[in-house]
Structure formats: C-alpha cells, structure tokens
Ligand binder design. Structure first.
Ligand code: GLN
Length: 538
C-alpha cells in the first residue's frame, strides 16, 4: 500500500443485466495492479438472501468460497482469477446481510428509541461495509461492484449510499464507472445509444454522475458515436470506452488498456500514473488461450449441466490448465441424471479425461458412479471433486470391496456400509447457510502420489465446502485393495485426497482446487490432470 487512505471506485450497470460488470471490475483492478497499486474488489448484491450459500446454482450460478470460508457470489471468483488477490467475507455484502445487522442492532436497543429507516440506517450500514476493507490498511483502491441494474427497486439503497459517500469523501476520492449496452439493430444496421442515455438519466435522478462509461457492444463503435454518448451523458470523450464481444474474457483487460481506461481512472482519482504497466505475461496467456496447439476432450459430469455458470471456477481452471499444456480443453457437459451403464461408453468413450463435479443430494448420484466406474475400469484420467471424490469412494466400495450397498449417509442414513459419513462436528447442525466445513484447511500429501507430483510439495492448503467425509473406519480396507489416502488433514486425519496408484491418473479431492486457480497461478492439479488426459488421446 502506498496511499495514506484508499480511494474508491464504484461500478454500476445499466440497460440490461449480465453485461459483465464483474469482468470489467476485475479488469480495472488488474490494470491498476500493473501500475503498482494494491487493489481489492467487493460485490454488493441486492438480494435478500444473507449469502448465496443456500441458493440453487440454477438461480445464481456457482457459489464461490473464499479462504476465510465465506460462501459468495461467483464474481468473486473472477476477481481472484484476474488479480490473484484473495477475497474474504468482507468482499461480498447482500441486502440480507445489511438488514440482518440493522435489525439485530435494533433488537439490542442500539438505536435508542429512534425510528429505524432505509435512510439513514440502511444506507449508513452499506457505507460502513464499503469502508470496512479500508480498515485492513492494505489497499490503495477499493472497487465496489453494485449488483443488479440501475433503476431496479432493490438496488436503490446501494446507489443512494454511493451518492452519500461520494459527497462525504469529496472530490477525486471516488470514481463511478457505469457499464451499459449499446444494442445493434440488424434490420436498420445501426447501433442505438438511447438506452444508455436513459440509463445515465436514471443514475442522475438518483444523484450520481458517472465519470466513465463502458459501452458493451457486439462490434467496435465509431468514434463519433462515442462522442455523442459523451455529450449526452456529461462524460469526457476519452472516458467513454467500448467493450466489444471478445472470444475470451481474459482479453478484456488488454482491450481496456488499449483505450487507456486505467489512465482515465487514475486522472479522475487524482492519482499518479504509477509504474509503467507490464501486461506482457498476461498477453502471452491470452495468446495461449486463443491459439492452442492441440485440443483435448474432457467430460464434466454433473447435474447442473444446462448452466455452465454453475461450474464457473472449474470451467476457468480448465482454461488456465490448457495454457500450461499448450492446448484447449474442450468441455463436454454430461448430465449425470441421464448417464446409465448402457450409454456411458457412447457418452464418455472418446474423452481424454473425466471430471465428476461437486454437488449435494442424491439426484444424479448413480450416473456419477457409473461415470467413475467407466473412468476407473477403462483407465481414463479422472478427477473427482468433493462429491465427485465421495462418489469415487462409493464406487470402489461397491465394485472392488464388494459392499454392494455402500453409499454416503447423505444419500441413505441407514446404509450398512457408510463409506462416506457425516462429519462429527456436523452432527446436530440444522441451520443452513455458512454451517458447512468451509474455507481453507491444510493437507499433507503423500510423497510419490500423483497429487504430490502435481504440487511438488507436501504441505498444501485448499478450500472446502462439505458436511460429509471419508469414513476412516474403512481406510485400511480401501488401502489394502488399492485405493490410497494420498492426502490427509494433519490435525484430524480427515482424508482429503484418494488415489488409485495402479491407474494412469485417478484422483479424488475432498477440497475444491478450482477456487484457487488464477491467470498468474494456474492450478497444478488441473494442469497435471489435463496433461494426463493429453497422453490418453485416442
Ligand atoms: N454433499 C457433499 C458434502 O456435503 C459434497 C459437497 C460438495 O460437493 N461441495 O459433503
């Protein structure tokens, strides 16, 4: 950190949702990092759930887990993948969290008989949360992404809090970036700026003048179109930048850099331009993503296959791992509910590798076990994550140890062979949301195992999100039969990694390696898995 106190950047969105505010925020952060500033990004989500931990992935995509065990929005995954800067509980705040805190204070009598209201009490709490990251005295710049679209009823208190904060902190202490859509009307062959003008008007009605506009468009926009937007929206012409559709999200920081977005923002914040930014390694990474030398087919077996966002971190980890191996990982989403012993060969027979995804509940479980049986017996490289690892244990118990009824007590609490069992500390936990074994825990790897070879070190730390674990009463039986515990928690003995040394590459992890793969540090386990899959090309 080089500044006495941090500056704030707010990122809002208009016209439509899903324009990529998370990617823009992460790209800005990355560019400012390249100029020597330490940056963190926070997401404010307008929904009333306290956190996304209880949300079905179809509602909101993957639930991303931080080092300190917060269950958060998937945009935090983008922040970490772009910046390699770990996020924390403080980096994701929802309306639910804000209200929970305010109502708790009210019940404690802290408002001294006053009427508790959206303004000032809710907005005060929003401002406190925005500034909480400043207390760590680590960051020069705090970027706050506001979820939803300007004009939504539910995001109004957030926009109002930003307005107040901007006024209270004074000139040049904050900058507002507004991301909008410039639709293209094919029939008339024109781009249309009107929705953007309206969206900026809505922001203005709420008391916020954006400093920078990022225009999302299918194709490059003419300079006079940007000048027109600048004129209508009281924004400097050089502060209107375009974000055209690109084949890889990792190109966006380079696209923004070419338009000098970092310089424009630093000017608005009255900050020195800092170091000469060196994005050459990033550009090399993007080159590798765009021009792979070969392709490997990989199956992703899970039950949320209709929505790739449900497995966002896994998908991105494969992009990173591809660059480590000069290849493109072509993912094939295989719905575990539709996978049977009859069709498994047709669906998985041509794959270089098979990944069985994390998950909850019994739906789709038999299909996952079928996929694992196929990977194990046909010697196809396999990675099972969390539930995927637990299913590998179940498959082995059933088909190698001969315990035909073996399962996890999550699926059948009365099973005679509970090879995967509810963790002791979870017994008696009934509350949902933030109650699983969450976040980073250490793991000691067995020298000579595939996992050890991938990491090149014995002591690792990875993130978790589970209630069930390998039942250690069966450990000796598994190991005698050929499935080994290749990694355990050094304090509790909880099995973190299982492997079959006889198999070309068969690894199951209780932890989630996908949460820690970044552009700068592609994950070694995914790298090794893709490498194994490449050698298995048919
Ligand atoms: N449902 C399993 C458990 O709770 C696995 C969780 C997961 O895959 N994230 O242990």
């Amino acid at each position: 950190m080089k500044l006495q106190k941090p500056k704030y950047i707010f990122v809002t969105g208009g016209v439509a949702s899903s324009l990529g505010k998370g990617i823009i925020s992460a790209s800005v952060a990355r560019l400012l990092q390249a100029r020597g500033y330490s940056v963190t990004i926070q997401k404010l989500d307008p929904y009333i759930n306290v956190d996304p931990g209880t949300l079905n992935p179809y509602e909101h995509g993957e639930c991303y887990v931080t080092e300190d065990g917060a269950e958060t929005d998937l945009d935090l995954g983008h922040y970490e993948r772009f910046t390699s800067q770990p996020t924390s509980k403080a980096n994701n705040v929802t309306t639910g969290k804000i209200y929970q805190h305010v109502i708790h204070k009210e019940r404690e009598g802290e408002y001294l008989g006053k009427t508790v209201q959206v303004i000032p009490h809710i907005t005060d709490e929003i401002k406190r949360r925005v500034q909480l990251l400043a207390q760590r005295k680590e960051f020069d710049i705090i970027i706050t992404e506001i979820g939803g679209t300007v004009g939504d009823i539910e995001s109004l208190p957030f926009v109002e809090a930003v307005r107040q904060l901007r006024y209270q902190l004074g000139a040049c202490e904050t900058a507002v970036i507004h991301l909008t859509l410039i639709p293209y009307l094919a029939a008339s062959g024109e781009f249309k700026t009107k929705p953007t003008q309206h969206s900026v008007k809505t922001l203005l009605e709420n008391g916020l003048q954006p400093d920078v506009l990022v225009l999302r468009a299918e194709k490059p926009l003419a300079a006079d179109m940007k000048r027109k937007v600048a004129l209508f929206c009281n924004v400097d012409a050089n502060a209107v930048v375009e974000s055209t559709d690109v084949p890889s999200i990792y190109e966006v920081p380079l696209l923004m850099q070419r338009q000098k977005l970092d310089e424009v923002i630093l000017q608005k914040l009255d900050l020195p331009m800092g170091d000469e930014p060196d994005m050459s390694r990033w550009a090399e990474f993007v080159e590798k993503v765009k021009h792979p030398k070969k392709t490997v087919d990989m199956a992703l077996v899970g039950k949320y296959t209709e929505l790739p966002d449900a497995y966002k971190s896994i998908v991105e980890s494969f992009v990173h791992a591809g660059t480590m191996n000069d290849c493109r990982v072509k993912l094939h989403y295989v719905n575990s509910e539709k996978l049977t012993p009859e069709n498994v060969s047709e669906k998985l027979g041509k794959m270089g590798g098979i990944l069985v995804a994390p998950g909850f509940g019994s739906r789709g479980i038999e299909g996952k076990i079928t996929a694992i049986h196929f990977a194990r017996t046909k010697k196809i490289p396999f990675l099972g994550i969390c539930l995927g690892m637990q299913c590998a244990v179940i498959e082995y118990a059933r088909n190698v140890l001969g315990h035909r009824d073996a399962t996890s007590t999550e699926m059948d609490p009365t099973t005679k062979h509970p090879v995967v069992n509810l963790m002791e500390e979870q017994k008696g936990v009934t509350a949902k949301g933030g109650t699983m074994r969450l976040g980073a825990y250490p793991c000691t790897l067995q020298k000579g195992s595939r996992t050890y070879d991938a990491y090149g070190t014995e002591q690792i730390s990875e993130r978790h999100r589970h209630r069930y674990e390998f039942n250690n009463e069966y450990l000796a039986e598994f190991e005698d039969a050929g499935m080994k515990a290749a990694g355990v928690n050094p304090e509790t003995g909880l099995v973190e990694v299982v492997e079959i040394p006889e198999h070309p590459w068969f690894v199951g992890t209780q932890f989630h390696p996908e949460y820690k793969s970044t552009v700068k540090y592609p994950h070694p386990l995914f790298g090794a898995f893709v490498k194994a899959a490449l050698t298995n090309l048919h």
